[in-house]
Design a protein around this ligand. Structure first.
Ligand SMILES: [Zn+2]
Ligand SMILES: [Zn+2]
Length: 381
């Protein structure tokens, strides 16, 4: 994905209407929120970015990109340059600027083929050439061959922007580890609702598949930065430790949610499946349904005073509950998941987006979507 010219951006914004909000308040993102979770740490990051090692991001040097991410308080980071721009000979990691004292660094590329894009994410530099050799395959087994080659190197394979101008045409009947349901701004240049609907259909089919975000940011010094930048959106993971392997494990499990900006609210869905008063089951986790009621809690970490949060709980692809809370940082609800069937619950939170770059919010590109969570699963194993 790459943005077109500014006129197209502005025209699309006008067509979408003026939906944004422009207050200047900020919010913290302290750990905490739901009690009784296993030991771990919340880390924010961006999982889809391009630097000057991509030919379409030549003005985006790593030496500027990484400090930008650090200044936004990110806990992990990866740059995913287009592998086709270097014929699979990845140079990003050899750049001496590819390091950070404060962020957990992952190693990634955007596997950029004529039949779609996917991110390969690893804990250390890897060999892209076995993947690159598969890029032109179009047979029915191509998708699984790609997944097998990624997993042979221990890589996380994550399909990017599955439905936009570079849709994923290898199919989904393959072992992908996550899918990018929120690329760049929620409403522009892609309407990410379509990717979310695709994801819901896969979840409803009985598949447990984690979702993530990615800014797909290409530039820091052009009009692009007026509407979005590093961390729009941000993916939060609850990692067992601040280490690359733990970040990828949390990402694959779906112990994560997506927020529109790195300094925005973080939304957490957890449940007390054994009704002992502690919310020990986190989004991404699976539990057995006993036929007894389950207590759920949606927490908005970093909630702004007096802000209104429109919370939607989706159960099995359908709206289960909609409620707006004002001046509250959580919503409790109860349901009895069917004992003899699969169920999943996930959360969307809407409201104002004051932490978004102002022009992007005013143009309606953020769609007033604050955050989405991964599902909490019952009977999926
Ligand atoms: Zn792409
Ligand atoms: Zn990209």
């Amino acid at each position: 994905m790459k943005l077109g010219n500014l006129a197209a951006v502005a025209a699309a914004g006008a067509a979408l209407g003026l939906l944004g909000a422009c207050s200047s308040s900020s919010s913290g993102n302290s750990a905490g929120g739901v009690s009784d979770l296993r030991a771990g740490t919340w880390l924010s990051g961006d999982l889809h970015l391009h630097s000057d090692h991509s030919s379409d991001a030549a003005d985006n040097p790593i030496a500027e990109l990484i400090p930008e991410a650090e200044s936004r308080g990110m806990g992990f980071f990866v740059i995913t340059d287009h592998d086709n721009h270097v014929d699979g000979h990845i140079t990003t990691w050899d750049d001496p600027a590819y390091r950070s004292d404060t962020m957990v660094m992952l190693y990634g590329v955007e596997y950029t083929t004529a039949r779609g894009h996917a991110n390969l994410l690893g804990t250390q530099p890897f060999d892209d050439l076995p993947m690159y050799a598969l890029r032109d395959r179009s047979d029915d087994a191509a998708g699984q061959a790609i997944a097998d080659a990624a997993h042979a190197q221990g890589l996380h394979l994550s399909v990017n922007h599955p439905l936009n101008g570079d849709p994923w045409e290898f199919g989904f009947d393959m072992a992908i580890d996550s899918v990018e349901i929120w690329n760049a701004m929620y409403r522009f240049p892609t309407n990410n609702d379509d990717a979310v609907a695709l994801w819901d259909s896969m979840l409803n089919s009985g598949r447990r598949l984690a979702a993530r975000g990615g800014s797909d940011c290409h530039h820091q010094h052009t009009y692009e930065a007026l509407v979005f930048n590093v961390g729009n959106p941000t993916t939060w993971v609850y990692a067992s430790a601040p280490k690359a392997g733990a970040v990828l494990a949390a990402l694959k499990a779906g112990n994560s949610s997506i927020s529109y900006a790195p300094t925005a609210e973080r939304v957490v869905l957890a449940a007390d499946t054994d009704r002992d008063g502690g919310y020990e089951t986190l989004m991404g986790d699976g539990a057995r349904a006993s036929g007894q009621p389950v207590d759920f809690r949606v927490t908005i970490d970093g909630a702004r005073p007096l802000a209104a949060y429109a919370i939607t709980v989706i159960r099995n692809g359908e709206v289960f509950l909609q409620k707006t809370v004002v001046g509250e940082d959580h919503l409790d609800f109860q349901d009895t998941p069917a004992a003899a069937a699969r169920s999943y619950y996930r959360v969307e939170v809407r409201g104002t987006t004051p932490e978004a770059p102002a022009a992007g919010a005013v143009l309606g590109f953020y769609g007033n979507i604050i955050a989405l969570t991964n599902p909490l699963y019952f009977n999926y194993d």
